[in-house]
Ligand binder design. Structure first.
Ligand SMILES: [Zn+2]
Length: 249
């Protein structure tokens, strides 16, 4: 086994605040992308940032070396989104990155969920990390981890959770394997790995096995010896998705 450790998406404290944060940032997050009618299910809103804006990315007290490495990888998204990044030290930002957290997890809030604590949160909560990255000097994989977590921070979900993936999931084995290997419970697996329920209010891009938002899928999780390695680069499908989410004016 390699050093593969799946990323974990934190769940918003509550869907109502997630919805308010999303529409405060960008009113179109509330709309059905196909019919432009308001969505009835607030859990199905998108969480994209307002187009054209500069996202302030706080790195707390990370070293210049780490900041430069994160910046280089994250900026690979910039040609495909109508956004700018401003990397700063300190604890005040739209996205707040904690390097090398004690729990060793790589994770990121989805898009505007990073702003949930602007609604009724305390000062400390507003300054709490929205992204965790495990940095190791010279790690080739770190660039991929940054690309993947920034995909979430820009509002992308996991590609392997696409309802049309047709991955032959061995659900019971996936639960067992993840409990043993990562200490994950059923909810962790449902949230991060297995297909998400189809929302009829959401316009889906086609399933993209090459997406940087796709996990490595070990054969223990599937039937028929199906597996998928990690893809360490932004795919054409990722580019199409981001261009649609953040069109140029
Ligand atoms: Zn992820």
């Amino acid at each position: 086994m390699n050093s593969f450790k799946p990323c974990q998406i934190p769940q918003p404290k509550n869907d109502a605040d997630s919805y308010i944060a999303a529409i405060n940032e960008r009113p179109l997050n509330a709309l059905n992308s196909q019919s432009n009618r308001p969505k009835r299910n607030i859990g199905a809103h998108t969480k994209y940032w307002a187009t054209g804006r500069t996202l302030k990315i706080a790195m707390y007290d990370a070293s210049d070396e780490v900041i430069e490495e994160v910046k280089a990888a994250a900026s690979e998204w910039l040609p495909y989104v109508n956004l700018k990044f401003d990397f700063v030290t300190g604890d005040t930002g739209d996205i707040r990155i904690h390097i090398n957290p004690p729990n060793g997890v790589n994770s990121s809030e989805i898009g505007t969920d990073a702003l949930i604590d602007d609604i009724g949160g305390t000062d400390a909560e507003r300054r709490a990390p929205s992204m965790f990255l495990n940095w190791k000097s010279g790690s080739q994989r770190f660039r991929y981890v940054v690309l993947h977590e920034f995909g979430h921070a820009l509002g992308a979900m996991h590609a392997h959770q696409h309802p049309d993936s047709e991955i032959p999931w061995n659900v019971q084995n996936t639960y067992k394997h993840c409990a043993k290997k990562y200490g994950w419970n059923k909810a962790d697996v449902d949230t991060n790995i297995l297909p998400l329920p189809r929302s009829h209010q959401h316009a889906y891009e086609p399933y993209d096995g090459d997406s940087v938002m796709h996990y490595e899928i070990p054969r223990e999780w599937t039937f028929g010896n199906w597996g998928q390695s990690e893809s360490w680069a932004i795919s054409n499908g990722d580019i199409i998705m981001m261009r649609k989410a953040y069109p140029k004016d």
